[in-house]
Design a protein around this ligand. Sequence first.
Ligand code: PAF
Length: 303
Amino acid sequence: MSAPSVATTRAELADLLAPARRAGRRIGFVPTMGALHEGHASLVREARAQVGEGQVVVSIFVNPLQFGAGEDLDRYPRTLEADLKVCEREGVDVVFAPAPDEVYPGWPAEREPQVTLDPGPLATVLEGRTRPGHFRGVLTVVAKLFGLVRPDVAVFGQKDYQQLALIRRMVADLCLGVEIVGAQTQREPDGLALSSRNQFLEPEQRQQAVALSRALRAAQAAAAYGVGAALEAARTQLRDAPGIDLDYLEVTTVDLDELPDDDLPDGYPARILVAARVGSTRLIDNLELVIGTSADPNEQGTS
Ligand code: PAF
């Protein structure tokens, strides 16, 4: 594999992509904040599968606008050399690795762009409740990156399920004309979802963190007996788990709406989402659920 071409300015990026645009070749895009791991590599492979002979572009940009005060912007890992090796190994054509003032002209004196994207009500639940302003930052940078790269298709991980849902919504509501592909979460053999933040975990915390995926899997297994059984199975795992400071554990529709009050039909598709701090590291994860209507063997009958 040859090394990807690296652009650090908008002009360089435009020059690098011009031949592909002129030739009408498809552009596949994977936006990242770097610290690339196997999860990102799988997104790149999905982008390649989508565009074939076209161009695969990866952006590496730690977006200051999506970090709140007291969050981990300063300690977020920045590992460009290693990231470029991953991109080379995965056959990425172009890496866009701009400095903050290339994306936000005037940064840091003008702390924020004047025009940003309002993500709407979907950003007020789950992650958005704990991290106000986060999704405004995410959507603003993704819209800017879409404007610069002008991809045909962009690939995002399902690990950030709410982010994926909001990006789909933004593309639909603003008619951006980019196909959005959601790729499966990649996991360690013990189930822990791959995340750039896992490297912050001390060895003991790394062991403790697996409780999150274990809880989601327990919920998945119990979902045949209904939402209550699924939640209780997950809670049981988390209650007994040391080192887990739970933020939320929720079951929603696949679109992240509240579940309807009425009885759900057998096979109803839903999502379970969890967020917790392990030490000072905030981790999130989610899984699909298929809600069933079987009688729960753990519940006492009344007759
Ligand atoms: O998922 C991420 O890494 C970031 O939120 C994204 C989409 C690259 C925007 O900064």
